[in-house]
Structures are given as C-alpha cells and as structure tokens.
Design a protein around this ligand. Sequence first.
Ligand code: FRU
Length: 494
Amino acid sequence: MNVHKQKIEEAEQSIAAVENEVSQNYWRLHYHLTPPAYWMNDPNGFSFYKGEYHLFYQHHPFSAEWGPMYWGHFKSSDLAAWERLPIALAPSEDYDKDGCFSGSAIEKDGKLYLMYTGNVWTGNNYDEQLKQVQALAQSEDGVTFEKLADNPVIAEAPAGNIHPFHFRDPKVWKYQDFYYTVLGSKTKQNTGQVLLYRSADLLKWEFVNVMAKGEGNFGFMWECPDLFLLDGQDVLVMSPQGVKPEGHLYHNLHQAGYVLGKLNYETGTYTHGPFHLLDYGFDFYAPQTTIDDKGRRILIAWMDMWESEMPTQNHNWAGAMTIPRIVTLKDNQLISKPAPEIEKLRKNEVSYQHVTIEGETSLEGISGDCLELELTIHAKNASQFGLKVRVSEEDKQETVLTYHKKEQLFIFDRSQSGEGPGGERKADVKLNDNELTLHIFIDKSSLEVFINEGEKVMTGRIYPSQKAVGITFFSDESIDIINFKKWHLEKSIK
Ligand code: FRU
C-alpha cells in the first residue's frame, strides 16, 4: 500500500475509535457539517461534480486541535442531506509532509482535481520557517484521490515584493481557454495581497500578476481568496488577517469579506471598490464558493474563529461549517440567503400572525434548540425590540438579538449564552417601511441570523445548556409581529 493510502487508513481508524462517543455530545450540530471527530477548519474543494455537491475541509483527525492537515470529505445531492466520505488527502510526501493546506476543486476531462497547498515547516517559528507549494490530486470517482507525480505544480513564490513562504490556498476556475488560480499572499512588509496565475492544462502555471493588495487597515496576510463572476462583476472574496477594529466593525481576530471589481485577464490587474464583510457575527472565516448546474453561486464558511475558545474540544471535536448560502448582487452589495433546499429538513410548522408584543413574552409552541424561525416585525413606535433565544431561567442563560432604532443597529449578544466566549457584535441595519425581517437558524451550538432578506448576516457559536430552549420576544413599546413561522429542522448528516 502506498504511504498516502496508509496515512488515510490510520486517520480513519483514529476517527472510528472515538466517533461514537463524540456523537453523544449535546453540542453536536444537527444540520451543519461538523467533523465526525476531532478538528475541522476551512471549507475546501467546494464543487459540483457529476451531479453532486462535494465539500472537503481542513481536518486534523488525531486531536481536537489544529495539527498536520488532512482533507475530510462530504457529499450531497441536494445541499440538505449530506454523507461523509473517506478522508481524501493526507500529508504523505516531502512537499506536503506537514499539511495539505486549503485549496479548491475543478473538473477536467471527467476527473475531479484538487489543487491544494503543501506545507512544510523548516524550523520552529511557524510564522517565518515554512515552505509552501501548490500541488494537485486527481480522482476518477470523486472519492479516492491520487497525488500527481508532477507535484508540486507551483514550486515557489514568484520574485518581486512577494513573501517567499506565505503563499497558499489556490482557488482555481476556468475562463475561456485557460485555467486560473488566485493565491493568498503578503508582501515582504506584511501587507496582504492576492496573486493571479494562469495555466492551459492545470500542470504548468504562469504567474500573471499581483492582482490586488491591501491599502490602509487591511491586514498582514490575505488567506483563502476566491474570484467569481456574478452579474457582470468580478467578485473577490478573501480573508484578511489582522485588520484592526474600526468603530463596531472588525472585532473578530480575522475578517472575511469581498470587493467588487473588474479583472483584466490579460494583464492580471483588478480594479475594485471598497471592502465589505460577508458576515457581521463572531464566527465566520475562510468562505469558499462554487457554482452549480442551476448557475447559483453558493458559499460556505468555517463557522468558527482562530484562537477562540471552543468548549467542544473537551468532547473531542471542534469546528463546523455554516449552512450553504446563495449569494446574489443587489445595489452593488452581496446578498446571502440560506440555500432553499434546507426547507426539506423542516418539520412541525407553527405560525402566528399579528402578535402584539410589549414588555417580554413567549408564544405557545415556540421553543427549541434546533429550529428555523422566520419573522417580520413592524416596529411602530418602539425604539428597542427583539428576541431572546436559547433561554433558561434556571441556568440564567439567554442569547439576545436586539434592534436599536435610533442607532440603526442590530446587536447579537452572547455574553450570557452559556459556556465559551461572550461579547456582542453589531451590524448597521435600516428598517424598510418601519419593518425588520429576520430569518434565524438555531442549531445545538450555533446561531445564524439573516437580516432583511440577506442584506446582513450574523453568525456565532454559542454553548448553552440542554435546558436552554426558551424563546421570548421583547420591546420597550408595542410592536406588531406581522408574520411568524417556526420549524423544527431534522438531522442532515447520514
Ligand atoms: C485559513 C488557513 C489557510 C490555510 C489553512 C491551514 O484558515 O490558515 O490559509 O491553508 O487555514 O489549515
């Protein structure tokens, strides 16, 4: 057996030994992808291949901490029900021996190719003593992957003001007769940037240009770039590390967002507008997109944050993905909406119309820890209103979502959510005709709030107790909940 296969087998055995016990943990998510055990970070290789969605992920199959990276693997025929497949990549070669870092997938001649970063530590200082190269693996069946003998296909970073070693996360796509990839990079003075490469065959790559570079407060390194065409705009998504807080923005350790612009494929120059966040919550990083047979641009992100306390590590697992989100353009902004297929998981609908709230109240039949909620609120003369989820009076827990009319702010407060990190995050939100629309996804240890039809999204991990299933509505003056719907959502992973 070759070393790669052997390493995958050892990793699968390591998972199998604890998987059952891990599955008992209360915080395991029911309709979000999580590793079967141990560590998960970035989504990788998100693709639509032979009629199915494939999602790979950065995986450490030997502990609940980050370590030498493998690629875990899920697939789905409908974005709602997912199946775990065997680990796809293991660090097995000289050029990737300390990790198969992030990358992407593309179909060519009927095969599924994974393009990823091989990482090697050259000393103990992981910031400076590393060597990163780009490599390929191929598969005939979308399940078993073989690394190419020609690897690495990009053996070193280009000359110029480009850091020679921080050079990673290829996202590949096809445009006319060529394949292109963007790569995360930084200058020698620690400014984040994105590199553009071109290839006729995926094997020989030519450096085109430094496509985009941070200016001002845009961080010391850009990770996980992604470029795609949407309604005539070239959208560049990236994850800048080290952006400093500005007002109520950028309070997470690292950010994930996008700019809109136009790429000149000949020169590799990209002119673009301002940076916007893709999510205003606590836990959202390294998003990756794909396009499916319906022409939809679908985005999934890691629903966690680096160097954030993760209470599930005590239960031998860490990391989750957001639900798949469909991104579209409206008024020069990206709009994110939950993939409609998730509706297939709905059970036990309860609905209300025109409920007047003043003070704080609960509604009969509305509670739970694995739910989808949809509501439209008419604010009337209220200045502060919202809802609390995952409430337990006994355990003094609540997660609070409040709209402040005067400041035009929506606030997600997890300071009393239970275990794990607290704090609050704020997003600028305007009412439409004095109405606020919320679409909320509650899973055992997560919360995603889509505000005003996906204009803003706020995502966070929370770690409440099992008793914390209450939901209450509150307002300082009378509001009208015009429409309210609740569903229980079923498990999505086989
Ligand atoms: C982003 C990242 C990538 C890297 C991977 C390693 O979260 O740091 O840049 O490829 O994670 O796991």
